[in-house]
Design a protein around this ligand. Structure first.
Ligand SMILES: *[C@@H]1O[C@H](CO)[C@@H](O)[C@H](O)[C@H]1NC(C)=O
Ligand SMILES: *[C@@H]1O[C@H](CO)[C@@H](O)[C@H](O)[C@H]1NC(C)=O
Ligand SMILES: *[C@@H]1O[C@H](CO)[C@@H](O)[C@H](O)[C@H]1NC(C)=O
Ligand SMILES: *[C@@H]1O[C@H](CO)[C@@H](O)[C@H](O)[C@H]1NC(C)=O
Ligand SMILES: *[C@@H]1O[C@H](CO)[C@@H](O)[C@H](O)[C@H]1NC(C)=O
Ligand SMILES: *[C@@H]1O[C@H](CO)[C@@H](O)[C@H](O)[C@H]1NC(C)=O
Ligand SMILES: *[C@@H]1O[C@H](CO)[C@@H](O)[C@H](O)[C@H]1NC(C)=O
Ligand SMILES: *[C@@H]1O[C@H](CO)[C@@H](O)[C@H](O)[C@H]1NC(C)=O
Ligand SMILES: *[C@@H]1O[C@H](CO)[C@@H](O)[C@H](O)[C@H]1NC(C)=O
Length: 405
C-alpha cells in the first residue's frame, strides 16, 4: 500500500491547480484561433475554481457536523471512560479538571501517566492532547458521560461556541440541546448550567472488559497505527466504530478505541469492582490508600500492580487500614519465589469496603507472554483525500472536454 499524504483540501487543490493551469492555457493558445473560445475556457475555469472552493468549504463544514455516537448495548450500565481533549488555548491541568468536573486530580494524572507529584498549575500547551477520565452511562443503545461535565453559561456564550470551542468539538451543539431539552438553540441564558454529554461506552469487546477511549484522530494517522499504539486491532476498531472504509478516517474525528486493561485480584464485593485500569495508566483506589498501575511492558503478564500509596486517605477514613498479607508483608511485596523462576507469590490488593482493605496471596506467572490484541499484515490506510483528488481530476477532464468542443 502506498499511503497518500493527507494534505488539506485547499492545499492539495492549489498544488494541483499550479501544476495544471499552464498546460491547459498553453494548449488553448496553440489550438484555438479566436480569443473568444479561450476566454470562455478561462472563464469556465474560474467558475469551476470558485465552485470547487465553495464546495470544499461546504464539505469541511458537513464533516465537522458529524456527531460522534458511541454504541453501548449494555442497558443501565455505568463504567469509567476516557476522552481526549485538545485545548484550543494554553491552559493548566487545574482548568481542565474544573472544566470536565474530574472528581480527583490524581485521576487526571493517572489517566495520562503523569508523575503523581505533578502540580495542578502544570501548563498545557494549545493543541496539546490530554486524556480526561469521566463516568459513563449507557442507555438507548448509546453511551454518554453520566451528568457531567456541567458548564455554567457565560454572557455571550452560544450553544455552538460551547460545543466547538469550550469542549473542542467533542460534542455537537445539537447533542447539548437534546441532552438539556433546550427548545430554542439560540436562546440560552447566562448563568444556567448545561450538561455536556460526552460520547462513551461500557460494552465488552470480544468478551473482554475494556475501557472505551474517545480518541481524536491526528492528521497522518491510520487505523492500523491507532490499533497498534493502543493494543487493539484494526477489525475491532472498524467494527465498533461502524467504519466500512478505513480510508474514510478524518483528522479530528472521534474514534472509539477499546483499551485493554490489566487483570486484577479485586473481588466482586469490592466497592471499586471491576477495577479496570488500561495499559500505561494508574489509578488511586480504596480512598486513595492504594495505587495501582497497569504496565504491559513490566513482564508481569498484564497483571495490575498495586501498592500502598502513602497518601492521606480521602472520605471518612482518618488513617489507611492495614495492608498486610502477613507480618511485614504489604500489598505489592513478593513473598515467595519458587525454584521455578516464572512463578512468584505476591501480596495483592483484593478490594475494599467502607471499613477495610482486603489482601490476597496471588500467584503471578512472570514468564507468560502478555495478551496482545495487536495484529499485523492487514492493509494500512491513510486519511481520506483520495476521493477529493479523484474529483479534481474529473473536473479537469470535464474542462478538457469543454475545451475540445
Ligand atoms: C431513552 O429514550 C427514552 C425515550 O426517548 C427516554 O425517555 C429515556 O430517558 C432514554 N434513556 C436514556 C438512558 O437516555
Ligand atoms: C482562546 O483564546 C481566545 C483569544 O484570547 C479567546 O477568544 C477564546 O475564547 C479562548 N478560548 C477558550 C476555549 O478559552
Ligand atoms: C428565551 O427563553 C426564556 C426562558 O428560558 C424566555 O423567557 C424568553 O422569552 C426567550 N427569549 C426568546 C427571544 O425566545
Ligand atoms: C502499553 O503501553 C506502553 C507504553 O505506552 C507501550 O509501549 C505498549 O506497547 C503498550 N502495550 C499494549 C499491549 O498496548
Ligand atoms: C485474569 O485473572 C483470572 C482470575 O485470576 C484468570 O482466570 C484469567 O485467566 C486471567 N486473565 C489473564 C488474561 O491473565
Ligand atoms: C498469605 O500467606 C501467608 C503464608 O504464606 C499467610 O500467613 C497469610 O495469612 C496469607 N494472607 C492472606 C491474606 O491470604
Ligand atoms: C514491601 O512494600 C513496601 C511498600 O511498597 C516497600 O516499601 C517495601 O520495601 C517492600 N518490602 C519488600 C521486602 O519488598
Ligand atoms: C506455576 O504456575 C502455573 C500456573 O500459574 C502452574 O500451573 C505451575 O504448576 C506453577 N509452577 C510451580 C513450580 O509452582
Ligand atoms: C472487613 O470488613 C468486613 C465487613 O465490613 C468484614 O466481614 C471483614 O472481616 C473485614 N476484614 C478484615 C480483614 O478486617
Amino acid at each position: 500500500m502506498n499511503p497518500t499524504p493527507p494534505l488539506s483540501k485547499t492545499h492539495s487543490y492549489n498544488t494541483y491547480k499550479k501544476k495544471h493551469t499552464p498546460i491547459i492555457t498553453s494548449k488553448a493558445k496553440q489550438k484555438m484561433s479566436g480569443g473568444k473560445k479561450k476566454n470562455m475556457v478561462v472563464w469556465l475555469y474560474k467558475v469551476i475554481t470558485i465552485t470547487v472552493t465553495v464546495a470544499s468549504v461546504a464539505l469541511t463544514l458537513t464533516e465537522a457536523q458529524k456527531e460522534a455516537d458511541f454504541k453501548c448495548s449494555s442497558e443501565i450500565a455505568t463504567c469509567r471512560s476516557l476522552t481526549d481533549y485538545k485545548s484550543p488555548n494554553v491552559t493548566t491541568l487545574k482548568e481542565i479538571e474544573t472544566l470536565f468536573g474530574v472528581k480527583h486530580f490524581l485521576d487526571l494524572l493517572g489517566a495520562n501517566n503523569f508523575p503523581s507529584n505533578t502540580k495542578d498549575n502544570f501548563k498545557v500547551e494549545a493543541d496539546q492532547v490530554v486524556k480526561v477520565p469521566f463516568p459513563c452511562k449507557c442507555g438507548n443503545g448509546t453511551g454518554t458521560s453520566n451528568q457531567i461535565p456541567r458548564y455554567k453559561v457565560k454572557p455571550g456564550d452560544t450553544l455552538d461556541g460551547i460545543a466547538r470551542n469550550r469542549f473542542a468539538g467533542l460534542v455537537k451543539y445539537q447533542q447539548i440541546q437534546t441532552a438539556n431539552k433546550i427548545p430554542d438553540a439560540n436562546n440560552i441564558t447566562a448563568g444556567e448550567t448545561l450538561w455536556i454529554p460526552l460520547p462513551c461506552s461500557c460494552d465488552k469487546v470480544d468478551g473482554s472488559s475494556v475501557i472505551h477511549y474517545a480518541h481524536i484522530v491526528e492528521a497522518d494517522s491510520t487505523i492500523q497505527a491507532i490499533a497498534q499504539q493502543y493494543g487493539t486491532n484494526q477489525q475491532t476498531l472498524l467494527k465498533i466504530n461502524g467504519i466500512d472504509d478505513p480510508k474514510s478516517l478524518q483528522a479530528g474525528q472521534l474514534l472509539d478505541v477499546p483499551l485493554p486493561v490489566c487483570n486484577s485480584s479485586v473481588t466482586s464485593d469490592s466497592l471499586d469492582f471491576p477495577l479496570l485500569v488500561p495499559n500505561a495508566t494508574y489509578v488511586y483506589t480504596a480512598n486513595e490508600c492504594v495505587q495501582c498501575k497497569c504496565d504491559s511492558t513490566s513482564n508481569n503478564n498484564f497483571m495490575l500492580q498495586c501498592e500502598p500509596s502513602e497518601l492521606k486517605p480521602i472520605n471518612r477514613w482518618s488513617v489507611c487500614p492495614t495492608m498486610e498479607c502477613s507480618k511485614n508483608v504489604l500489598i505489592g511485596n513478593t513473598t515467595t519465589t519458587s525454584t521455578d523462576s516464572c512463578n512468584s507469590t505476591i501480596c495483592d490488593y483484593g478490594g475494599y469496603n467502607s471499613r477495610n482493605i482486603s489482601m490476597v496471596n496471588a500467584t503471578q506467572n512472570t514468564c507468560a507472554v502478555a495478551p496482545s490484541g495487536s495484529d499485523s499484515g492487514a492493509t494500512g490506510s491513510s486519511l481520506s483525500g483520495s476521493v477529493w483528488n479523484k474529483l479534481l481530476i474529473l473536473i479537469h477532464f470535464l474542462l478538457f472536454f469543454v475545451y475540445l468542443l
